[in-house]
Ligand binder design. Sequence first.
Ligand SMILES: Cc1cc2nc3c(=O)[nH]c(=O)nc-3n(C[C@H](O)[C@H](O)[C@H](O)COP(=O)(O)O)c2cc1C
Ligand code: SF4
Ligand code: FES
Length: 534
Amino acid sequence: MTDLAELFEIAAAENSSHQKIQIRCCTAAGCMSSGSLAVKEQLEAEIKAKNLGDRLEVVPVGCMKLCGFAPLVDVSENTCFQEVTPAVAADIVNAALGEQPSPALELCDRQAPFFALQKPIVLENSGKIDPERIEAYIARGGYRQLHQVLEDMTPTEVVAEITQSGLRGRGGGGYPTGLKWATVAKMPGDQKYIICNADEGDPGAFMDRAVLESDPHRILEGMAIAGYAVGANHGYIYIRAEYPLAIAHLEKAIKQAKSKGLLGSQIFNCPFNFTIDIRIGAGAFVCGEETALIASIEGKRGTPKPRPPYPAQSGLWGHPTLINNVETYANIVPIIREGADWFSSIGTEKSKGTKVFALTGKVKNNGLIEVPMGTPVRQIVEQMGGGIPDGGTVKSVQTGGPSGGCIPAAFLDTPIEYDSLLKLGTMMGSGGMIVMDESTSMVDVAKFYMEFCQCESCGKCIPCRAGTVQMSDLLSKLLKGEAEPQDIELLESLCYMVKEASLCGLGQSAPNPILSTLRYFRPEYEALVGRSHR
Ligand SMILES: Cc1cc2nc3c(=O)[nH]c(=O)nc-3n(C[C@H](O)[C@H](O)[C@H](O)COP(=O)(O)O)c2cc1C
Ligand code: SF4
Ligand code: FES
């Protein structure tokens, strides 16, 4: 690849190679596990049997967002079917040809709030393109922003654009991305690294997996732009082994980008070289913590180190390292394409852009949503999510996974942004959002997350190693009805001790689900005290 004209040629060839009517079949992990590959095969067989290959084609695409009603297939922007089976393949083909959809097909309402209130930026290609074909990405404008920065911008200008956009890290902490890039860019030395954190260990979270499965080139392009901006020539994607489809798509994408000269040496004939390798993790939650992740890439045991030094100063093999989350990188291309001012006009004063959430739990519409920062939690749960099935009432919404907390129903009008959620005693986290109804025991919820942290604690420091066991034991005692009144105070003081004294974010935030449920649902804890003695 030498210039922009070649990208345009590929895009034109791709656009003219398709049939007029496309049937898009979601083959991302959610739909695949519900049988979408069999649906795709049957659709192809129908087209072949009816000799319709010159009018119709089946395109495998990434996540179409409403994963709870998998598998999904669409035949146009507005006509989408849910919970499809191979048995309705002929009906889908007829609908694609313009016939009235048969009653055997279940329509998925693309005008419903679940879709209508979304603002796809990160997910703009998801469910639209075949993630296994670089040509499909290029036809949607892919790799033009890499060309733009290499041709028209200095690295300093790229860092300034990201800083001005107000983008904050989507991996949970919300650290300003531009500031992190500027720190790495300013560090002396020729050897620097880029890391994409695709560990995604929070229970209930699958946003990053969906982005990687659905639009892997977007991440490669974002990482290459980051490499140019900070002066790094090599990147790693750290991803858990439990994500085989995302890994396969990434491997293919890297190979394709290399073969087109979009990764490698002298990209677009510019003096910029950039390569990317994948490192597969074994699925330990702590390996998502940046210093543990770096140790794991280095081939060491994945345990955290004290910071400073931060990875930006001394990271992989002691070199300055930029580590960002998948969704953070997914925002880079649109920021460069549309400009920092466009991005910062979306969202709130301190939380810019959109956020992708994996909406799950006791809610009608389970799936992926991307909404502008500042969207009220109520709008997400009640309008987009459709509320609790069978007319139940929302008791609480959990965000931030094992590091977060529960938003009680009384605070559902809170806008989704970093600071408002922290004030409520929870956090944005990476994007897991679990809805709970009145039947949920909040002490059970606290116990679930504490057991998770206890299992995932790496054991390096005593407050977390021993504290998570003790907190978990106290919760068990409460749930068995064997606790005494002072046990609640003991639990609370343990929470503060573990938060204060733990080495890394896992231990520092592990008590959050207990503290947040104690803050809003204390009577549930008190009602359990001494129950077995009554
Ligand atoms: C226990 C623990 C697990 C983490 N897991 C992840 C993860 O799976 N993905 C992620 O991007 N960040 C995770 N983080 C945050 C990372 O350490 C780091 O802050 C993040 O990757 C930086 O990217 P960002 O600035 O784009 O958010 C985790 C932190 C802790 C303490
Ligand atoms: S806080 Fe927990 S996970 Fe973090 S280093 Fe200490 S023992 Fe390991
Ligand atoms: S995986 Fe198919 S809709 Fe999400």
